[in-house]
Design a protein around this ligand. Structure first.
Ligand code: SF4
Length: 476
């Protein structure tokens, strides 16, 4: 077969020539009897219940009290819609729909994102690696550990430098990693000088082969604050072991206000404020994200002028996963003692207050570039309209957070989208759905392709070569 008998796909810069009955390099387009067809069904969200608003619209606008689509409405997502590439042409679908008295328009396109990545939040105390440590998949660098958050470790994966700035293999592996994570599949990765991780959106993270169960209830100091009143009648002192902020009941403000007397306890590490200590141990995967096996390692000798034989000390981690109970002997040394039933109950209360550990994946991409030309002939007006909250941005129907500042840089939770919302092309780049919803009058004012607007009914009636998939729009 000659190239002339093939058809050329121009939906991305790869420009595949596709023979009849075959698919292009991304498996998203095919030559069907000489016609270029998109192989995935167009995905339409069926908005179900009264409270299941897929796109709460214009929540910040003063003159709008409604929402984009009420119960029973349909919302055409960009999943399976096709792309605007090479971007001078209008978006594949510009769909009008009546919402109350308002004529609304949704501009639907699958964007090809070279500037994109994911932010991953891993609920765990365990040390997975130093901040800035490289994260590798199949030996290739795909991102790094970023600033830890409250009870969670964070990864930043992908981005244009890994997609385009390294070797071909680095770009390919990065793209495959992003695609899998965005489509909720699990990915094995390794942090340099850190942990082996298996991550999937919405699932418990697996760290060094062990599935994480609980997210910490709080830092050591917060845990003291939360449970001080329950502990004070049962013990003389409590230490909540934490890699970041270890708390000591007798010195903590909560203990003071509850009249807990000093116990002569001495902690290693650096005292920050009363009852709050930093760096009591090294980071690790044990008690409260430290590297200690025995909690007594973080204690110095008790002050004999203050401590007394028989003093009762509880040591516990920030998840309640580890605990130990001691009484001081005549030499003021802690002697392991069985937890009382009452103490077992308050340790269990910590665990009870821990949420299940989950990995969360947020897609982040820049939509402020050429794909805007598929929405309007005057792209900067779309940016201004988004910033003025006149245009609502969604990603596969999921609400997107739009970063302040220049451009249209969005973040959206992949779990709020239908499954398999993302694709990829071998440039390498991720293909992500993106929708812009606004009043028809605003769309006309920003120079939109008003002549290309089709009614929702027409879009659904014409269908797509691969059909239309209807999903329940129980998005966030
Ligand atoms: S890789 Fe690009 S050009 Fe090739 S079929 Fe896919 S979208 Fe079309």
């Amino acid at each position: 077969m000659t190239a002339a008998e093939k058809i050329r796909c121009d939906a991305c810069p790869v420009l595949c020539y596709i023979a009849d009955g075959r698919t292009g390099a991304c498996d998203r387009y095919a030559n069907h009897d000489g016609n270029l067809v998109r192989l995935d069904p167009l995905t339409v969200l069926d908005i179900a219940g009264d409270d299941q608003r897929v796109v709460p619209f214009l929540s910040g606008a003063q003159d709008w009290e409604g929402e984009a689509f009420s119960s029973g409405a349909k919302f055409v997502t960009a999943i399976g819609a096709g792309t605007t590439y090479p971007d001078y042409k209008p978006a594949p679908f510009i769909v009008s729909q009546k919402v109350g008295d308002e004529d609304m328009v949704t501009v639907v396109t699958e964007g090809i994102f070279s500037y994109c990545g994911v932010k991953v939040k891993i609920d765990t105390d365990r040390h997975i690696g130093e901040e800035r440590a490289i994260v590798r998949v199949d030996g290739e660098p795909v991102g790094h550990v970023m600033t830890g958050e409250y009870g969670s470790r964070m990864l930043s994966l992908g981005g244009v430098d890994h997609l385009t700035g390294g070797s071909k293999k680095e770009g390919r592996v990065t793209c495959a990693t992003l695609l899998a994570l965005c489509n909720r599949q699990s990915v094995e990765m390794e942090v340099e000088d850190g942990a082996r991780l298996v991550i999937a959106a919405g699932k418990a993270p697996v760290i060094n082969g062990t599935e994480e169960a609980r997210m910490r209830v709080g830092c050591g100091s917060a845990t003291i604050g939360m449970f001080a009143r329950q502990w004070a009648p049962l013990v003389d002192d409590v230490v909540v072991v934490d890699d970041h902020i270890t708390g000591v009941l007798s010195e903590h403000q909560a203990g003071r206000l509850l009249d807990v007397p000093p116990t002569g306890i001495k902690l290693k590490g650096r005292k920050s404020t009363p009852g709050r200590y930093f760096q009591v141990a090294g980071p690790g995967t044990s008690w409260g994200g430290t590297d200690i096996a025995d909690p007594l390692e973080i204690l110095g000798p008790f002050n004999p002028k203050v401590a007394w034989p028989g003093m009762r000390l509880l040591m516990v981690s920030t998840t309640g996963e580890q605990s130990a109970y001691y009484t001081l002997n005549e030499a003021l040394e802690p002697v392991p003692t069985d937890l009382t039933t009452a103490l077992e109950a308050v340790v269990a209360r910590i665990s009870e207050n821990c949420e299940p550990a989950t990995a969360s994946v947020l897609f982040m991409g820049g939509a402020g570039g050429s794909l805007r030309a598929g929405v309007t002939e005057n792209p900067v007006r779309l940016t201004r309209s988004v910033k003025a909250a006149l245009t609502r941005v969604t990603v596969g129907g999921a609400p997107a957070f739009v970063w302040p500042g220049g451009g249209i840089t969005v973040m959206a939770d992949v779990l709020a989208m239908p499954e398999n919302a993302f694709g990829s092309v071998p440039t390498p780049a991720l293909v992500a759905p993106i929708e812009f919803t606004l009043r028809r009058s605003d769309y006309a004012a920003l120079g939109g392709y008003i002549n290309e607007v089709q009614s929702l009914e027409d879009v659904l009636a014409k269908g797509m070569p691969a059909g239309v998939r209807t999903e329940n729009g129980e998005a966030a």
